[in-house]
Design a protein around this ligand. Structure first.
Ligand code: ACO
Length: 390
């Protein structure tokens, strides 16, 4: 039996606070006119409470994706959190999400490929599922970039926003789902977009903080040139790899970094008509790994995704990296069929997950008390060799 990886759930979470270009005029020497004409961005969402973190946004988006798919967190095998603004170097933000969801049977890790991270994660989910190594994978893109941009640098602070998006990918016998993907990197361009300090090469010191090296540094023109070239070529490759032509594509959801990059690459170079290209960068700015799943959720809400549509996700980012995926949409997009009690039960499960996490922390910190064994789930994956390996 051929296995396919289908997106069956999707969700997004955006902070409520809106920061407009006018607001930015109060902070740096810029103007609404400059930002709109150079980037297409009019406003972005920004976290405002310390309780809003990359993990908390990711958890909300992931819970929405599980809810949409009517799948319990306990049935998730793997959580991949793509992020450029993880809560810590370690533990992985994905592990915080796993704990908050009570996804007791899930492996979890963060994926670092900057803005291309979500499509990298989707590619990995596809491989895990189609090879039988996993049944159900949560792929999340989540960012609180407002906490790592330099609010005194007009070259960067006007571009970014916060938010999270997630998809639930499951094994299916239904042909379609993720058809092909293309991943790339060119580390020689690493300097064009980086967060220089705070890692092991340049650990945090008074000097690195004073030199503002813990913020995003970017050569905007170099990134722009790279992005326009690679978005077009990655789209061409992934479409050909899927056995399709550009005319077969119903919707392109590009990384939302800059409306001019999307126009130059997808619309002008590839000649894909604007009505087949989804753009919401005007309202959220560049939310890095979260931009494609947030845009997907909005495209579905707006009725721009229909079953059997051929869709392309295409992205670029720091690294430098690029990634594209072609998929045939398989899931119904009509309103959620859930019963009220299913929603209530799921909310109850998240409450129980919080309580369980608190208890485990207390026990872990109490000398002489043993933590109960974590229950290992029944083997239910398709891979017959798995029994032998365990
Ligand atoms: N307001 C007003 N003026 C500004 C601002 C601002 N916010 N920012 C820069 N300027 C000035 C510059 O100082 C420059 O002035 P100068 O000519 O006196 O030196 C002038 O505007 C023009 O600057 P350019 O860099 O030529 O402007 P450009 O048209 O290239 O637009 C931009 C700049 C928007 C940054 C563009 O280069 C771009 O979008 N690059 C790609 C960035 C990107 O997508 N990064 C994210 C990558 S994804 C990830 O991994 C996070």
């Amino acid at each position: 039996m051929t296995r396919y990886a289908q997106i069956v759930g999707w969700g997004a979470h955006l902070p409520e606070r809106v920061l407009t270009n006018k607001d930015l005029e109060e902070i740096v020497d810029t103007s609404d006119e400059w930002i709109v004409s150079r980037t297409g961005i009019r406003e972005r969402r920004i976290v405002h409470s310390p309780k809003e973190t990359t993990g908390s946004l990711a958890t909300r988006a992931a819970a929405a994706a599980l809810h949409r798919a009517n799948v319990d967190a306990n049935d998730v095998d793997l959580i991949i959190c793509a992020t450029s603004s993880p809560e810590h170097q370690f533990p992985a933000t994905a592990c915080l999400v796993q704990d908050a969801l009570g996804a007791r049977h899930a492996g979890a890790f963060d994926l670092s490929a900057a803005c291309s991270g979500f499509v990298y994660g989707l590619t990995l989910a596809n491989s895990m599922i189609t090879t039988g190594a996993a049944e159900t994978v949560l792929v999340i893109g989540s960012e609180t970039l407002s906490r790592i941009v330099d609010w005194s640098d007009r070259n960067t602070c006007v571009l970014f926003g916060d938010g999270a998006g997630a998809v639930l990918v499951t094994a299916s016998e239904e042909p379609g789902g993720i058809l092909s993907s293309v991943l790339g990197s060119d580390g020689s361009g690493g300097d064009a977009l980086s967060l220089p300090a705070g890692g092991s090469k340049l650990p945090t010191t008074v000097e690195t903080v004073a030199a503002r090296q813990h913020y995003v540094h970017m050569d905007g023109r170099a990134v722009f040139r790279f992005a326009t070239r690679v978005m077009a070529s990655a789209t061409r490759s992934v479409v050909a790899k899927a056995g399709l032509t550009l005319d077969d594509i119903d919707l392109v959801i590009p990384h939302q970094a800059n409306a001019r990059i999307i126009e130059s690459s997808v619309i002008h170079q590839l000649k894909i008509p604007p009505e087949k290209v989804f753009v919401n960068v005007d309202r959220y700015g560049n939310t890095s790994t979260a931009s494609i799943p947030i845009a997907l959720c909005e495209a579905i809400e707006m009725g721009r995704v229909r079953p059997n549509d051929n869709i392309v996700f295409v992205s670029f980012g720091a690294g430098l990296t690029w990634a594209a995926a072609a998929l045939k949409w398989g899931a119904p997009v009509s309103a959620t069929p859930h019963k009220w009690w299913q929603t209530a039960q799921r909310q109850g499960n998240y409450g129980a997950a919080r309580a369980q996490s608190t208890v485990r922390r207390l026990i872990r910190n109490s000398p002489g008390i043993e933590l109960p064994e974590i229950e290992i789930p029944e083997i239910r994956l398709a891979d017959p060799l798995r029994n032998l390996r365990i």
